[in-house]
Design a protein around this ligand. Structure first.
Ligand code: B1M
Length: 234
């Protein structure tokens, strides 16, 4: 009988073809293995994959699988935190590549995850895509209340205000922020965009935002179009 345990076989990521490597990265993300995600991301980039393809096919798809098992009670908060940490290890490599434009900023945005909510992966992706589209991004982080948004827009005078929420319990806070802007007579000075998995266009309309953005790419397109339209209307 062989004393080699097949489970001990180390997987050499660089030896896998693209399809197997992507599948392995989904597993590694699921297992919260940040070093492996770092390595896999670099291997795919080294094979000529674009940063957006690595992001979508390897990382976002892996996180989608994590989300399903979190929802179904198969994974719990500590495991999901490790997965989020692994995702961030890949995103750290992709960030400068996605942001590479070298052009003058086409606009500025203050962005944050709203009060009560600590989900930041999607918001960070939106920030990266906006940077890639030529925006200067002021990221307020997570758990951001109306006063913090207000302080930041008074300081940075951005073209846009962007809000993210991942929980059905925190998305209503977006309306609090917009209503605060209205009360202060500042609502029309800014383009307001919002996004996050539980939102939709109807919700954005109901709270008085200018646009709902389904994902980070749509956020970059929408922000660009709205800034250009506002400038053209002046
Ligand atoms: Co949370 N969590 N979580 N979680 N978590 C969800 C959101 C949930 C749907 C999971 C589930 O049950 N299936 C569920 C919400 C249910 C609901 O409200 N209906 C949930 C829950 C319940 C919770 C806790 C309450 C769990 C608990 O404690 N019992 C708790 C809440 C904590 C809090 O915020 N107060 C909690 C905690 C956590 C972790 C800390 C463990 C971790 C977050 C780590 C981190 O972000 N640093 C976590 C994670 C990772 C998730 C899931 C699995 C993944 C979210 C994610 O990163 N997705 C999530 C399940 C899911 O969404 N499938 C879940 C990947 C990311 C790329 O997508 O964030 O949707 P997303 O962003 C997209 C778009 O939505 C859009 O563009 C992004 C990129 O394309 N977008 C914008 C987002 N923001 C935008 C802003 C824009 C424009 C577009 O303009 C400004």
């Amino acid at each position: 009988m062989s004393d080699v345990d097949p489970d001990d076989d180390e997987i050499i990521l660089a030896d896998l073809d693209d399809e197997d490597l992507t599948a392995q990265m989904h597993d590694d993300l699921y297992d919260g293995l940040a070093d492996e995600i770092h390595e896999g991301t670099n291997i795919l980039l080294g094979r000529g994959w674009g940063a957006d393809k690595v992001l979508n096919d390897a990382l976002v798809e892996g996180m989608r699988i994590v989300g399903i098992d979190f929802r179904d009670g198969i994974l719990f908060v500590p495991e999901v935190l490790l997965a989020a940490n692994a995702m961030k290890a890949g995103m750290a490599i992709l960030r400068p590549l996605l942001a590479e434009t070298g052009a003058e900023p086409i606009g500025t945005i203050v962005i944050g995850t709203v009060k009560g909510d600590i989900h930041d992966i999607g918001k960070n992706l939106v920030g990266m895509m906006l940077e890639g589209a030529g925006f200067e991004v002021f990221d307020l982080g997570i758990n951001t209340d109306a006063d913090e948004f207000l302080e930041a827009i008074e300081q940075h005078k951005p073209d846009l205000l962007g809000m993210s929420a991942l929980l059905t319990t925190t998305m209503p806070y977006m309306k609090v922020i917009i209503d605060t802007l209205k009360e202060k007579g500042m609502r029309d000075d800014y383009i307001v965009i919002c996004g996050g998995a539980p939102l939709n266009e109807e919700f954005a309309e109901a709270i008085g935002a200018d646009a709902y953005c389904r994902d980070a790419a749509v956020a970059a397109e929408t922000a660009t179009a709205l800034v250009q339209a506002k400038r053209a209307a002046r």
